[in-house]
Design a binder for this molecule. Structure first.
Ligand code: KIV
Length: 274
């Protein structure tokens, strides 16, 4: 006999319209990653607004040293697990490494994440070259999140997990990329590991919600890898991670404290920023 997961289906689901309203009204968007149904139920109960089935699962679930080995079938499997556990949060699924090399392949794989995985939006690591793909997906009415800044799928090319946009030239390029991706139809822009000043500029310039991880306090929302903020992962944590398990009685309390800290602008604090 096992515990049957209970999900609360009484609250209205978060939609893109909800997120747009939150940006307009200055209410911060609290987001976390998730990879399975049990955590999905907890994140939903904690009132997390956006849940991302991130390809970070390659590192925190599968034990790889990068996200590169994660496959499309694995993403579909984890998205479906999470979708069965969530009701209220807006659900995003990551397109894994090389699953969007062309418009047609990106479309086929996005449809898989939505139809088989049950997500409402797909996320792809985006730079200049992916603008065309974002436009193509958006043209097929697929909700798209464009991931800008540190792009973990490119670490072998870019030389590791490093803060991006410290130099003026790179900062200008990242701002331009974010603008172009919004114009191409991205509905959310996610910024990873950039200076707080650049995060603030991009969030102020764009009309769509901008969610940051290590991008400072002024983005429209925050996201963390759940296993990091619950202190499940061992080893050296990135500077922007806060351990919400410290001082919490259980996982649910820690998740609720994270949501509260984001909404009340207590997280991220200066020590979590670049
Ligand atoms: O894969 C992932 O979990 C992500 C987050 C770190 C934003 O992209």
């Amino acid at each position: 006999m096992y515990t049957h997961l209970q999900r609360d289906a009484s609250r209205s689901p978060v939609t893109l319209a909800t997120l747009a309203r939150m940006k307009a009204e200055g209410e911060k968007i609290a987001s976390l990653t998730c990879y399975d149904a049990s955590f999905a139920v907890l994140l939903d109960a904690a009132d997390v607004d956006v849940v991302l089935v991130g390809d970070s699962l390659g590192m925190v679930i599968q034990g790889h040293s990068t996200t590169v080995p994660v496959t499309m079938d694995q993403m579909v499997y984890h998205c479906a697990c999470v979708a069965r556990g969530t009701h209220r949060p807006f659900l995003i699924g990551d397109l894994p490494y090389m699953s969007y090399p062309s418009r047609e392949v990106a479309l086929t794989n996005s449809v898989r994440l939505m139809q088989e995985g049950g997500v409402q939006m797909v996320k792809l690591e985006s730079g200049g070259k992916q603008t065309d793909i974002v436009e193509f997906l958006a043209g097929h009415d697929i909700a798209v999140c464009a991931h800008v800044g540190l792009k973990p799928q490119s670490v072998h090319k870019t030389g590791g997990f490093r803060v991006q946009g410290r130099e003026r030239e790179t900062a200008v390029r990242l701002l331009e990329e974010a603008r172009r991706l919004e114009s191409a139809g991205a509905d959310i822009v996610l910024l990873e590991c950039i200076p707080a000043t650049l995060g603030k500029t991009i969030a102020a310039e764009l009309h769509v919600p901008v969610i940051g991880i290590g991008a400072g306090p002024d983005t429209d929302g925050q996201i963390l890898v759940t296993y990091d903020m619950l202190d499940i992962t061992t080893g050296r944590k990135p500077r922007f991670v806060r351990n919400f398990m410290a001082g919490s009685a259980d996982n649910l309390e820690a998740l609720k404290r994270y949501v509260r800290a984001v909404k009340q602008r207590e997280y991220p604090a200066p020590e979590h920023c670049f």
